[in-house]
Design a protein around this ligand. Sequence first.
Ligand SMILES: [Zn+2]
Length: 178
Amino acid sequence: MQAVNRIHGELFLPSHINLLDQAVTVSEDIVSDYFRLTTDYWLKNPYEINTLKHAEPTEIPRDAYAHLMKFAKPLCKKDSGADDSCMYRIIIYDNRVLAVTGGIERVLWPFFVYILAHELIHIARFAMFECTADEEDKRAEEEKVHDLTNEILTNAPVSGIKTVVDFFTGEQVQGLLT
Ligand SMILES: [Zn+2]
């Protein structure tokens, strides 16, 4: 818990969390449309979103804005009828996101959509192509997801998204989303 206390004051406000919730819906729609995912896709491939407030100390980073974890589905969830055995957790690092957006909502909005779309594209591709965890493959997969995110979002009807796409197009920021 020490790590969380140390960054107290750099956590999202309730208004930021509201915006994040809305961004989840928008990102999921955009990614679902692109990959033509069926309506029950996200039920079969469930994910949760954690911000630093609820992150385990071991999940506190490093230098990323967001991070995706994949893990085996708990037994109780396996009984729900979903046949996939994996679930996902997206961790969003409040402090890093706030540092780059200033917590200003019109800046934060496209930023949230971008980082969520990136992670949801990972999940879609994990499920479709069974990507491996091999280091070499991981790098190639990051590049693929990075390019896809930019391609899908460039013309998306999301206010301010072009600026965020440009921001993440710079090579120096590649690798900040994993
Ligand atoms: Zn990534």
